[in-house]
Design a protein around this ligand. Structure first.
Ligand SMILES: NC(=O)c1ccc[n+]([C@@H]2O[C@H](COP(=O)([O-])OP(=O)(O)OC[C@H]3O[C@@H](n4cnc5c(N)ncnc54)[C@H](O)[C@@H]3O)[C@@H](O)[C@H]2O)c1
Ligand SMILES: [Zn+2]
Length: 306
């Protein structure tokens, strides 16, 4: 299976993009996408196992900027440079400020119509003996808060911490996560670092451990959780319809999930505000904000009796 054992990374150069697109083309063939919602709805009505792959775009209408909308920066730093183990060991205060900013934003956000349409559809289909899984690159928990039950978070979760000393992983929804981060994390490029001493950053309270905590997310250069990946593989192998929602598909290995499904001949429907270079590889493409398109796509079909 192609997605195993791959580390999280972003495509950086046009050259690399070109070679990856060639790989996607080889995987999926050159189908022409259509945007016939009525046709999609017929396919949807017959699907028994639906996989929905989501990215930052699904949370955009909840007020959480996508990395690209925020021009990929927090203050003066590229987000992909901040979200690394190297940067955390060099400057844990700066990295915690960055994650504190995201945690506070996500805590205040409410699920969008897109999150709600997905959750409502899952609940409805489960009564009909049909299944839906959300495979998300997002770390904001908005799918769960909307009511989705079957969610695989491939890049971890902003509201979990991992202790660097004892390895304990814990849920953590404190706001702020520690007193020293109160009022910190302003993304303005003119804002200075808080330079919080390491002893005042979030610490482990497990049996007096007091080790430094990190966010339990997958940083660039780190390997995805193999248990989560195994579940993702199973779902991608079993699905008979796949929706790809609000993702630029430039973060690997998640960018390979939809092409892998399409290569089995399973219809993939992309929902994005703009066409992307790989759009032509998928059967359907619905352009527009997913909070408008998804509720139509996933609404009760006339053939659904329960
Ligand atoms: N909310 C979050 O948890 C969050 C937010 C930003 C980034 N991230 C992380 O950053 C990485 C970036 O990857 P990504 O591809 O998910 O995001 P991205 O920022 O690279 O791309 C977002 C995609 O969503 C599309 N989009 C924006 N608004 C949309 C809307 N209203 N409806 C439909 N599509 C819309 C854009 O055209 C783009 O293709 C991921 O690994 C993710 O973990 C997460
Ligand atoms: Zn600990």
């Amino acid at each position: 299976m192609i997605i195993r054992q791959l580390t999280r990374r972003t495509l950086r150069s046009p050259l690399e993009c070109g070679s990856q697109l060639a790989a996607l083309k080889a995987l999926t063939g050159a189908a022409r996408p259509n945007s016939d919602m009525a046709e999609f709805r017929e396919v949807f009505s017959k699907a028994k196992h639906i996989a929905i792959i989501t990215g930052a775009g699904v949370s955009a209408e909840s007020g959480l900027p996508t990395f690209r909308a925020a021009s990929g920066h927090w203050r003066r730093w590229k987000t992909q440079d901040l979200a690394t183990a190297q940067e955390f060991s060099r400057n844990p205060s700066r990295v915690w400020e960055f994650y504190h900013y995201w945690r506070e934003l996500a805590l205040k956000a409410t699920p969008s119509e897109a999150h709600r349409a997905i959750a409502e559809c899952e609940a409805r289909l489960s009564k009909q003996g049909r299944s839906m899984v959300v495979i998300t690159q997002n770390t904001d928990e908005l799918h769960r808060r909307a009511g989705s039950k079957h969610v695989l978070e491939v890049h971890g979760n902003l509201f979990k911490t991992r202790c660097l000393s004892c390895g304990d992983v814990d849920d953590n929804h404190h706001s702020p996560i520690c007193a020293a981060l109160q009022g910190k994390g302003d993304p303005d490029p003119k804002c200075s670092d808080a330079d919080i001493p390491v002893r005042d950053l979030p610490r482990c309270d497990e049996g007096g451990c007091d080790g430094l905590l990190r966010p339990d997310v997958i940083w660039f250069g780190e390997t995805l959780d193999s248990h989560v990946l195994t579940k993702v593989e199973k779902e991608l192998d079993a699905c008979d319809l796949c929706l790809l929602v609000g993702t630029a598909s430039v973060v690997f290995p998640a960018a390979l999930f939809a092409p892998q499904v399409a290569s089995r001949g399973v219809p993939v429907a992309e929902f994005n505000i703009r066409p992307r270079a790989s759009t032509s590889r998928y059967k359907y493409h619905f352009q527009g904000p997913c909070a408008s398109t998804l509720p139509i796509a996933l609404a009760r079909h006339q053939s659904e009796v329960i």
